[in-house]
Design a protein around this ligand. Structure first.
Ligand SMILES: Cc1ncc(COP(=O)(O)O)c(C=O)c1O
Length: 415
């Protein structure tokens, strides 16, 4: 059977997701690396390796035996989960979200974003005819792929040192028009603060300006808040877009439990905001999945609104801060100009320039994997503005992080 005849052009043109490719490559090399005392250490995926909160595990076990807990859930999510989402939005940001009209559960943010994107794009083949979604660059590697495989065009908004990682949307619009694209094709803007892979936050005035831009041009604002719980400086406390005037007219926000509670494999999150967008999204989703395991929703509802959950996040953030220090100290010894770099106070990522002797990030990451067994992600995977950099996820044990530094020293990796 000819795959080109079977699958659509957009899927045929897609590459395997970068993290999956890295995993496959690492598995191929694992035996050889282990033999030379360089068993792989993965600092690639944004997947915390610590155990989830004990209270979450206990509640999950307890709820699994309840009557009727094993049957289908509903697309929007059980009311106890949606109420917990609304409660969490109130506790964290002081915003009011209607659990009945403004929340829909998702199987993690990746599921939510991929489906939202394909629901709003009318697929086209010709570039200039495609619906456009503005995406942060560098940004989460899946955004561009999600847009492309939905038959849309992902247009980069550069996040650079010069613009303080807050691209001026009027400038992006002018450039887009100069490049021959039709501004009326812009369907949505994705913002992601704290940002993956940079770990940067935006100012409040910037967020207000993005909301005004979206209102003026009648564009959906999608705020990806995947890292909103991970911060270690009160001055850079993440926001919800709904703290800002007019946001509910044009915005939705995506949340996930993956990162704050270290449950990347268990899959739960929520989309909230503009009630019409949420309703359409839920309608679209109702034919695709039947919601999420009820016992899990119930256990998550508990952890999201309990002191155990908040204490867990507090401890996790303290641990990330400590892990970041281990990496920074070690990388400084290896010659990285740490004092000159913007060091994040959010997420568990470090975004660093590649050593001077390399001219591209892929080569450096390949060398580090093949020689030292350390898996990191080339900056180019996060967009065209990411070349020249690499991303480290400091999600493993302190001892392993120190071992990464020791191996780099022993194997001659310096800035
Ligand atoms: C910015 C961003 N958004 C969304 C996701 C997806 O998270 P999940 O599907 O685990 O909820 C990730 C995962 O790394 C991410 O970095």
């Amino acid at each position: 059977m000819k795959m080109e005849n079977l699958f659509n052009e957009d899927i045929m043109a897609m590459d395997t997701y970068i993290m999956v490719k890295l995993k496959e490559k690492t598995a191929q090399l694992a035996e050889k690396l282990t033999q030379k005392n360089r068993a792989p250490i993965a600092l690639s995926m944004g997947a915390p390796t610590s155990s989830p909160p004990q209270a979450l595990i206990d509640k999950l076990k307890e709820f699994l035996t309840e009557d009727n807990i094993h049957t289908y859930s509903v697309t929007r999510g059980e009311s106890y989960f949606r109420q917990a989402c609304a409660q969490r939005m109130k506790n964290c940001f002081g915003v009011n979200i209607d659990p009945d009209k403004e929340v829909c559960s998702v199987l993690g943010a990746k599921d939510g974003l991929a489906n939202l994107i394909r629901f709003i794009i009318n697929p086209k083949h010709e570039d200039k005819e495609k619906d456009i979604i503005l995406i942060p660059d560098p940004g989460y590697a899946s955004y561009s792929q999600m847009v492309k495989c939905s038959g849309g065009l992902a247009y980069s908004m550069p996040l650079t040192e010069e613009n303080d990682y807050q691209p001026n949307l009027d400038d992006v619009l002018s450039e887009l028009k100069e490049n021959g694209y039709d501004e009326k094709k812009i369907k949505a803007v994705i913002i992601n603060y704290p940002n993956n892979p940079l770990g940067v936050m935006a100012s409040r005035s910037y967020v207000q300006s993005v909301i005004e831009f979206c209102k003026k041009h009648d564009i959906l604002l999608i705020s990806d808040a995947a890292y909103c719980d991970l911060y270690y400086d009160e001055n850079e406390k993440p926001f919800s877009v709904f703290e800002f005037k007019g946001a509910k007219d044009i915005a939705v926000e995506m949340y996930t439990l993956s990162k704050p509670y270290a449950i990347t494999g268990w899959r739960l999150g929520w989309l909230c905001g503009n009630s019409e967008v949420v309703a359409r999204f839920a309608k679209g989703k109702s034919t695709i999945d039947n919601g999420i395991c009820k016992a899990f929703q119930k256990a998550c509802a508990y952890i999201m609104t309990s002191s155990e959950g908040d204490e867990y996040i507090e401890h996790a953030n303290a641990a990330y801060k400590r892990k970041q220090s281990i990496m920074l100290k070690g990388l400084k010894e290896l010659g990285w100009p740490i004092e000159e770099l913007k060091i994040p106070n959010t997420t568990f990522y470090l975004w660093l320039p590649i050593p001077r002797k390399y001219d591209n990030s892929t080569k450096f990451c390949e060398d580090l994997l093949e020689k030292s067994g350390v898996v990191i992600v080339p900056g180019s995977a996060f967009g065209k503005y990411g070349e020249g950099y690499f991303r480290i996820s400091y999600v493993c044990s302190d001892a392993k992080l120190q071992e990464v530094i020791d191996r780099m020293k022993a194997d001659g990796f310096r800035f």
